[in-house]
Design a protein around this ligand. Structure first.
Ligand code: PRP
Length: 183
């Protein structure tokens, strides 16, 4: 167990590992029910979702297929004029009978998902979204999510997959980063 109290980079724990584990089980239960008669394909968005994704799929009891994507958004904030950069795409050609559940670690401005969902919706039978964390105060585009772990305030968070400069992803809790690290 890491000692966050003696880690000067970490200000506090925002969501502890136990609460995350409990919430992940609840989300998996809901997904189990909603996708019982569907062909569920879980799509993890790299890299931030990797731990949440792993925990979530291990709590599912229904069959699920696994895919990963790496995407980022740039350009202006609107869906129509923004750009989506896809560095890693779902390799299989035919998704027409698949029900995709896109798994994110965090929704911030909302730009990434607002571009990714229409991109996938052209290819798949259905597309829904699941995020561990939602920061509505930071939203720049109108976007809601189908499954959400925790709504959090506008603080810089790391851990449980989330990074700052590729550090802190392996921390077991979602933590608030000390402003002195990035200011
Ligand atoms: C983060 C996060 C989402 C996106 C959310 O990814 O994982 O994909 O940003 O931000 P938005 O709502 O403002 O679009 P990031 O680009 O930091 O990459 P990473 O997951 O590899 O750390």
């Amino acid at each position: 167990m890491y000692d966050y109290k003696n880690n000067e980079d970490i200000e506090k724990i925002l969501v502890d590992a136990e609460s995350i584990g409990k919430r992940v089980k609840e989300l998996a239960l809901q997904i189990d029910k909603d996708y019982a008669d569907k062909r569920l394909v879980m799509v993890g968005i790299l890299k931030g979702s990797f731990i949440f994704f792993g925990d979530l799929v291990r709590n599912l009891t229904i069959p699920a297929e696994i895919e990963f994507m790496k995407v980022s958004s740039y350009g202006s904030g609107t869906v129509s004029s923004g750009e989506l950069k896809v560095s890693l795409d779902i390799a299989r050609e035919d998704l027409s009978e698949c029900d995709l559940l896109v798994v994110e670690d965090i929704i911030d401005s909302g730009k990434t998902l607002s571009k990714l969902v229409p991109y996938l919706a052209k290819r798949a039978r259905s597309v829904r979204t699941c995020t561990l964390l939602d920061k509505p105060d930071r939203r720049e585009v109108d976007l809601s999510t189908d499954y959400c772990g925790f709504v959090i305030p506008d603080e810089f968070v790391v851990g449980y997959g989330l990074d700052y400069g590729e550090k802190y992803r392996t921390l077991p809790d979602v933590c608030v980063l000390s402003p002195k690290v990035y200011s």
